[in-house]
Design a protein around this ligand. Structure first.
Ligand SMILES: Cc1cc2nc3c(=O)[nH]c(=O)nc-3n(C[C@H](O)[C@H](O)[C@H](O)COP(=O)(O)OP(=O)(O)OC[C@H]3O[C@@H](n4cnc5c(N)ncnc54)[C@H](O)[C@@H]3O)c2cc1C
Length: 453
């Protein structure tokens, strides 16, 4: 798309932050996202400094009839935060965080990553449920739901969102909370970026750590079926606050392995007692579980999912860790082509599972999230790695509960899968979309099409 020079000059004048186009030396770096499979070339990348800049961005994109994408941490595997030919609102320069230790809240701007958020909140011994990889953006994760190590104690990230400032499609800036625009507030908590551009998030915080019990144990792949069976049974008897995930992966020694990674964000002595069965089952080939800072747990698996490699993911929700699921997933992992790939089973449990599926727009409140994560480094190997993820998903899918996490939808999935992500909340979301974004300005999302009642 060619942009009229005068219109661009006018936009530069009104927008306080940086405005990058292809002529800018920073453009190439700025258009890259976490998943190296995504290769898009926006016409303009704007880096707002504050909400007033975001209003200018929305007005500019709507006025020019340009595609509009919004980037928080740039982690979404589908790369929806970057587009060809349109405008990207990139929050790289909006990283403010202010913790109120008396009210136990944190206000954070949308360019913040979880590692930055945890650093500030842990300075006061506080935290809220965030992602399991430090580099992930708070913005996209929060708007899609947000599961993590604290979900059993504190609920999902959306359950801890108290309010959000939002620039709407018509350029108005509103605050959404349970008392102001409650319909919009409901929709933001799981409806993704469909309703506007969030310029500030207010979160509820909880006392956490700084020391917790967490970590990872790995067992040889030959025992994977026993480990996964143990994992399912163990979670049935564990207290809510204990969140454990199981993973099929390649260990540091280059051999396939089955691991359990867990966190207990309560008393350390209690945590060691509660985690003991995980360590006693074995013997493990790696035992890296014990007391550790909460922030160390939050970056425990960062190195396993680095930015800039090639990714193709499939995801689903499971009812339980059934024998069939265990059989199918271990068989599939025995054929995995890349040592960087994994299959991760993450439960939705405790406080996260006691919220009704229609209390927020995020509907998946029980069972396990299964992520089939294909990662590889060499583009010549795209075909076998994509095929492995698809075949694995084809074999697991008939055994699932029939839902998918909106934040892990790929960019090649159809409208039926998008609908499944919102589940029973889809029609209500369509009505709220019709009220706040009738022209579907925010369509470069896992898109909810507007339908007026
Ligand atoms: C390695 C890895 C680990 C992950 N681990 C977890 C996990 O533990 N728990 C979990 O729940 N999820 C997890 N996810 C999924 C994660 O929630 C999504 O990738 C999420 O979209 C990332 O948010 P982001 O801001 O970094 O992404 P971006 O790609 O920047 O944004 C994703 C989308 O969110 C919307 N958006 C972003 N910012 C705004 C804004 N300010 N206003 C309006 N809309 C906006 C846009 O539609 C955008 O396309 C993980 C992802 C990765 C890649």
């Amino acid at each position: 798309m060619t942009i009229n020079d005068d219109a661009l000059a006018d936009f530069r004048e009104k927008h306080r932050g940086d405005v990058l186009t292809v002529e800018d030396a920073r453009y190439e770096e700025a258009r890259r996202v976490w998943n190296a499979m995504i290769d898009r070339r926006p016409a303009v990348i704007a880096r707002p400094r504050a909400a007033a800049d975001v209003i200018e961005c929305v007005r500019f994109a709507v006025g020019m009839n340009m595609p509009l994408a919004v980037r928080g941490g740039g982690h979404n595997v589908a790369g929806r935060c970057v587009c060809d030919d349109g405008l990207v609102i990139d929050f790289a320069d909006m990283k403010g965080i202010r913790v109120d230790p008396i009210a136990m809240t944190a206000r954070a701007e949308p360019g913040v990553r979880w590692t930055e958020f945890d650093r500030e909140t842990q300075a006061f011994g506080l935290a809220t449920t965030g992602g399991t990889i430090g580099d992930t953006g708070i913005a996209g994760l929060t708007l899609g739901g947000g599961f993590g190590w604290l979900e059993g104690k504190c609920g999902m990230t959306v359950d801890n969102l108290l309010s959000a400032d939002v620039v709407l499609a018509d350029g108005r800036l509103v605050q959404a909370s349970s008392s102001d625009h409650p319909d919009l507030f409901w929709a933001l908590r799981g409806g993704g970026g469909n309703f506007g551009v969030v310029t500030s998030f207010l979160y509820r915080l909880h006392e956490v750590g700084p020391m917790i019990v967490g970590g990872l144990v790995l067992h040889p792949f030959s025992r994977a079926k026993e480990v996964l069976t143990f994992f399912g049974k163990f979670l049935h008897t564990a207290p809510d606050e204990l969140v454990a995930a199981a993973v099929l992966m390649t260990g540091p020694d280059g051999h396939k392995a089955c691991g359990i990674t867990a966190a207990y964000p309560g008393d350390v002595v209690d945590g060691e007692r509660l985690m003991a069965p995980i360590k006693q089952f074995g013997p493990p080939v790696v035992d890296a579980m014990g007391p550790m800072p909460y922030r160390a747990q939050q970056s425990l698996i960062d190195a396993a999912m680095p930015p800039g490699v090639l990714n193709y993911w499939k995801a689903e929700f499971l009812r339980d860790m059934s024998e069939d699921v265990i059989e199918v997933s271990t068989e599939a992992f025995s054929r995995v082509p890349s040592p960087m790939s994994s299959i991760l089973f993450f439960p939705i449990r405790g406080a996260a599972s006691r919220v009704s599926p229609d209390a927020t727009a995020f509907p998946h409140r029980s069972g396990y999230h299964v992520g089939i994560y294909s990662l590889w480094a060499d583009r010549a190997q795209n075909e076998p790695n994509i095929a492995w993820a698809r075949q694995t998903w084809n074999s697991i899918q008939p055994l699932t509960a029939g839902g998918v996490y909106v934040n892990e939808l790929g960019d090649d999935e159809g409208v039926d899968r998008v609908r499944m992500a919102y589940g029973l909340n889809y029609e209500r979301l369509q009505q709220i979309k019709a009220k706040y974004d009738p022209a579907n300005v925010f369509r470069l999302t896992a898109n909810i099409t507007p339908i007026a009642v």
